[in-house]
Ligand binder design. Structure first.
Ligand code: IPE
Ligand code: IPE
Ligand code: MG
Length: 237
């Protein structure tokens, strides 16, 4: 037997992790609590996971906070989610402490005006931060994002032969960022729900039954271990 143990191969981290923060409502229901309690708990999980991801060296993270389809929910629930977002945006010291660069993706026009202003301020205040780049998707829909990009391209008078993959990517909300290479969805649902549909063309996926408010660093670690073992071929051999 060799005296030397084989060195463990270094774990390969994804460049860009995208998370669908789902299962808040079911978490609350299980505890006989209102759905709003689930969103409050989910928001705490979000802060913990973002902090942890930044600490372990994830460069880009995108979280799904509110979709273009979520407006279908009762007004009280929508207002509650907007209230949580407003509170988060007001507590700006947390970005400074974490050195996290914030960006919001999605259509802003439909959001309450004060939230639009707070978003712009948070982005501006954190623009020179060198830690993780955190995108928060609010009123985000992948199809809406592609339609918006196509409109911009047409409005710029682009000739058809100049329309390429890259040009479309450059006109998405995530312009200039690497595509998400790892998408995590807890809560036992196996679908994208209109999330990053262009950018996820070659992403790896990780699904789990854990509900988002229960998702902890150990679940992220488990997911990252799985990612590290994947054989990504991109159509090659
Ligand atoms: C995700 O949790 C949060 C948002 C979509 C805003 P849900 O509210 O969808 O929770 P479930 O899916 O009903 O459990
Ligand atoms: C996706 O979750 C959107 C967010 C997590 C913000 P949903 O709960 O809205 O997705 P569906 O309705 O189950 O597909
Ligand atoms: Mg859901």
């Amino acid at each position: 037997m060799s005296l030397f143990r084989k060195a463990k191969p270094e774990r390969i981290l994804p460049q860009h992790v995208a998370i669908i923060m789902d299962g808040n409502g079911r978490w609350a229901k299980k505890r006989h609590l209102p759905r709003t309690a689930g969103h409050a708990a989910g928001s705490k999980t979000f802060k913990d996971i973002a902090r942890y991801a930044n600490k372990i060296g994830i460069k880009y993270m995108t979280v799904y906070a509110f979709s273009t389809e979520n407006w279908k929910r009762p007004k009280e629930e929508v207002d509650n989610i907007m209230g949580i977002l407003r509170q988060y945006l007001k507590d700006t010291d947390q970005f400074k402490e974490e050195n996290i660069k914030l960006q919001f993706i999605g259509g802003r026009d439909r959001l309450p005006e004060d939230i639009q202003e707070l978003m712009a301020k948070a982005e501006d205040d954190s623009k020179d931060f060198t830690g993780m780049h955190l995108n928060i998707a609010v009123n985000y829909g992948g199809r809406d994002e592609i339609v918006t990009a196509v409109k911009k391209i047409i409005e710029a008078g682009t000739p058809a032969e100049e329309v390429t993959d890259e040009l479309i990517s450059q006109n998405l909300y995530t312009a200039g960022q690497p595509d998400p290479d790892f998408i995590i969805r807890p809560s036992g649902e196996y679908r994208l729900s209109n999330y990053l549909i262009w950018q996820s063309a070659y992403a790896e996926f990780w699904f789990s039954d854990v509900l988002w408010p229960e998702f902890g660093p150990r679940h992220l670690e488990e997911a990252l271990d799985s990612f590290s073992e994947r054989n990504r071929r991109f159509g090659g051999v």
